[in-house]
Design a binder for this molecule. Structure first.
Ligand code: SDX
Length: 433
């Protein structure tokens, strides 16, 4: 929202000044509207990593990093995680309001009836090695879906956007579960229309055609809550990737494939897999100081995975809920002593008391506990980021729709500070030394 506030930019070399409007949101920091900055000053702003740059206006998610607050359409994540199922939160993200009973039932049915994959998608899997990383499979299969749905690729058509959104949200659990089944050499398990979103995913992951399989309701509830915690998170790297890809008019399946690729990185969604590998490398509590020392050493590229965040300079509220969920799952599975959990809790205790982590405001993030929960559920480490992608597809799709519907939307095209060679004479091959 524009207001009367302005800021003045002054070029101290020439004394010239320019005023720029300040825009205020409903909560959170104001922004300076610098859309005319280059035309006025013939200069670019410079902000690698976008630490101080707002890329868009959004109504979906708000994070107060200093207070450790996360809101989806104004509702605190704690309230949503405690009182909703994933489908309700997905509806909220897409539509702006929580569904009433009738809306919830219809939305759950709309999603349920799109969970199957086209039979020809099976052959995409057989093109991968059995040991292909599930994120490679998800990237490939999600992008390939655009080859199956020519009836819904016109992004200017709201009905096309709606059906594509439902298809992507509905099919991602099937794509992920089938990537796991393919790695095992087991047959794909078809989704069931009598199961909820999270329960259906666990069913497709662990059922076999040989016997009846019933998902543990406590684990289904825990998975449902974990999916809620991972659903959306403002303009993080993968969401920004989806928005940038979508700004060119690319179809939603291609945009989501781009988001999956970005999420895969260990600094982002790949951190949950990296946390578990780190805990295994630490191995015992008495080696924790050695790794904390390495994490503080500027000359060592090692970082404590699952710690730190670009926005949270307080405890990630999702990490608190994940820690509680971790205890619930281990109790339900009667896992009394989990060495990795013991190491994780001791690592958290030490880090939170360490001057370096306190001064840099490094707290556990959403990825710190998720791996321990997933491993306890029997989910392999390579599937951890695939679960993150499965949940985040809803946030990506909500943000993609918001971008397409934004009248201010235009193709994203950042500029740069060029420090390469100025124009120079060409040197023919014979003259090159
Ligand atoms: C996710 O953006 C999102 O919202 C992401 C996410 C989402 O839901 O979409 O929340 C999901 O990606 C969570 C983050 C998962 N990644 C990790 O756990 C990997 C480990 N964390 C770091 O790589 C790092 O904290 C980042 C990438 C998460 C944030 O990096 P920033 O914002 O670029 O901060 P930085 O790297 O500049 O760190 C600030 C300082 C640095 O020291 P100085 O250069 O100032 O001396 O803190 C240090 C860093 O060296 N630091 C760490 C550290 N994280 C930051 N030192 C040791 N261990 C760490 N984990």
């Amino acid at each position: 929202m524009a207001n009367t506030k302005t800021v003045t930019f002054k070029d101290n070399q020439t004394g010239k000044t320019w005023d720029y409007p300040v825009m205020s949101g409903s909560v959170g920091p104001d922004v300076v509207d610098i859309r005319k900055f280059y035309a006025d000053t013939d200069m670019f702003t410079y902000d690698p990593g976008f630490t101080s740059t707002g890329s868009c206006e959004s109504k979906i998610t708000f994070i107060d990093g200093d207070k450790g607050v996360l809101l989806h359409r104004g509702y605190p994540i704690e309230d949503l995680a405690e009182n909703c199922n994933f489908e309700e939160v997905a509806y909220l993200m897409l539509n702006g309001e929580l569904p009433n009973a009738a809306e919830k039932e219809k939305f759950e049915r709309d999603i349920t009836y799109h969970t199957m994959l086209h039979e020809q998608v099976h052959s995409f899997y057989s093109g991968f090695r059995r040991d292909a990383h599930p994120m490679a499979v998800m990237c490939g299969v999600a992008g390939a879906l655009s080859a199956f749905y020519h009836d819904s690729l016109d992004i200017t058509n709201p009905e096309h956007r709606k059906i594509s959104s439902f298809r992507l949200i509905a099919k991602m659990p099937t794509i992920a579960a089938w990537a796991y089944k393919y790695s095992l050499g087991q047959p794909f398990i078809y989704p069931r229309n009598d199961l909820g979103y999270a329960e259906n995913f666990l069913y497709m992951m662990f059922a076999t055609p040989c016997e009846d399989y019933e998902v543990n309701p406590i684990l289904a509830k825990a998975m449902d809550r974990i999916l809620i915690l991972h659903a959306d998170h403002e303009q993080n790297a993968s969401t920004s990737t989806v928005r940038l890809a979508g700004s060119s008019g690319a179809n939603p399946f291609a945009c989501i494939a781009a988001g999956i690729a970005s999420l895969w990185g260990p600094a982002h969604g790949g951190a949950n897999e990296a946390v578990l590998n780190m805990l295994k490398e630490i191995g015992t509590k008495d080696r924790i100081p050695e790794f904390v020392k390495r994490a503080k050493d500027k000359n060592d590229s090692f970082r404590l995975m699952g710690f730190g965040h670009r926005v949270y300079k307080n405890y990630d509220p999702r990490a608190r809920i994940m820690a509680r969920t971790c205890s619930e799952v281990l109790k339900e599975l009667n896992i009394k002593d989990n060495p990795l959990l013991d190491i994780a809790m001791e690592l958290e205790r030490i880090a939170l008391e360490d001057e370096y982590f306190i001064e840099k405001k490094l707290y556990p993030n959403v990825d710190f506990y998720s791996g321990i929960i997933f491993q306890a559920m029997g989910i392999p480490v390579t599937m951890f980021t695939a679960l993150f992608a499965l949940a985040r597809t809803t946030g990506w799709i909500a943000q993609w729709n918001e971008m397409i519907e934004d009248p201010q939307q235009k193709i994203g095209r950042p500029r740069q500070l060029y420090t390469g060679q100025p124009k120079r004479e060409f040197v023919g091959l014979k003259k090159r030394k």
